[in-house]
Design a protein around this ligand. Structure first.
Ligand SMILES: *Cc1c(COP(=O)(O)O)cnc(C)c1O
Ligand code: SF4
Length: 347
């Protein structure tokens, strides 16, 4: 067994097996884990410094997951937008293709927690074939995002088969992989994997780090291996209460990502997915965080702040409100120091 498979196989899936030093109500957490699966592999577990810290909150079940009720199960209407199973086609030119059902760690805030790691996310050879056929007869789709679950938990051969099938479809120009593996199981990113992926350019990979404590030497090695294979890396961070809703934490994370050659792509407002309400932060807090980044750190480190609107209405990006004016008029702006500045617009 390769080393990453061994690490994955040694994951804790029952709260009773969490380290004895963690004082928790194991029975209550077991109830949560029976609704929403838990999986913490030894690598990610080792990043926890103490109960309740930002790594813990992302990985260890919380009784609040079962009590909040404002959020629907599928706020992004992904099921309704899937004309074939596991292929979410919301925007005309791009599609989200779920190719694997499990992950290296089950994030407690997962937007697809209704089905990730459970029987409800079923991926069969037939459903894959149906998705390829759909993409073939829908040439408007030129950008395909592989997600799940985590596509990088597939073995190299299976993933290579999927990429090969996609590359047979001439209208698919861009392939993107969405994977948390560089953060949660970086040893999965082997030299062999990087070499295989390299054959399918233009291929992009968006990963997902939420806290500077996740930027370990192992994560850096994984990202460097992918970057060396010519794969542009982006990061989709989610704002999470008690994890990263702090301008200093986000700034450190964004700059740390650049160090390992990952370009911050999106910071997301938390989705309204059932079982994740306790993680959601006010939109204004996100706007304030953007305000502390803009003009105050390298522009490369600044992602777009976006909300994925409920009902499948798509992503909308948000900026601090800093421009006012009209056609042929003087526009006033608030700059990064909070000063009011003006500019005369052409009539
Ligand atoms: C987010 C998303 C995309 C990709 O959006 P970009 O803004 O291009 O990154 C595509 N399809 C679905 C269903 C999505 O949720
Ligand atoms: S890695 Fe992504 S899909 Fe998997 S549990 Fe985390 S957020 Fe959900």
């Amino acid at each position: 067994m390769s080393s990453w498979r061994k690490i994955l196989a040694d994951s804790i899936t029952d709260p009773a097996d969490l380290p004895k030093s963690f004082r928790i109500d194991r029975d209550r957490l077991a109830e949560v884990a029976s609704t929403y699966p838990m999986r913490i592999n030894p690598y990610y577990l080792n990043l926890i410094k103490q109960p309740g810290d930002p790594i813990w909150r992302q990985a260890v079940p919380d009784p609040l997951e079962r009590t909040n009720r404002v959020c629907p199960e599928d706020p992004l209407a992904e099921e309704a937008l899937s004309r074939v199973p596991n292929l979410v086609h919301k925007y005309p030119d791009r599609a989200l293709f779920l190719v694997h059902s499990s992950c290296a760690m089950y994030c407690r805030f997962c937007t697809r927690k209704r089905k990730v790691g459970t029987e409800r996310l079923r991926i069969s050879h037939e459903s894959m074939q149906a998705a390829f056929a759909y993409l073939e007869r829908t040439p408007a789709v030129r950008d395909v995002l592989l997600s799940g679950g985590d596509p990088l938990l597939l073995d190299d051969d299976r993933l290579e088969w999927i990429l090969t099938e996609l590359r047979k479809i001439p209208s698919v120009e861009i392939i993107r992989i969405g994977s948390r593996v560089p953060c949660t199981l970086p040893m999965r990113v082997t030299g062999r994997l990087a070499k295989m992926l390299k054959k399918f350019h233009p291929l992009f990979l968006n990963t997902h780090f939420n806290h500077p404590d996740e930027l370990t030497p192992e994560a850096a090695a994984a990202c460097n291996r992918l970057a060396d294979a010519g794969i542009p890396l982006g990061c989709q961070t989610v704002l999470l209460k008690g994890v990263n809703n702090d301008p200093a934490v986000i700034k450190k994370l964004m700059n740390g990502l650049l160090h390992i050659r990952v370009k911050p792509y999106y910071i997301f407002q938390g989705d309204m997915s059932r079982g994740t309400d306790h993680f959601r932060t006010p939109i204004n807090e996100g706007l304030e965080i953007m305000d502390t980044l803009i003009g105050r750190t390298s522009g490369l480190a600044i992602p777009r702040f976006a909300i994925d609107l409920p009902g499948g209405n798509g992503k909308v990006t948000m900026l601090p409100d800093n421009a006012r004016g009209g056609e042929g008029a003087t526009w006033t702006f608030r700059n990064y120091l909070g000063q009011t500045c003006s500019y005369l617009d052409p009539a």
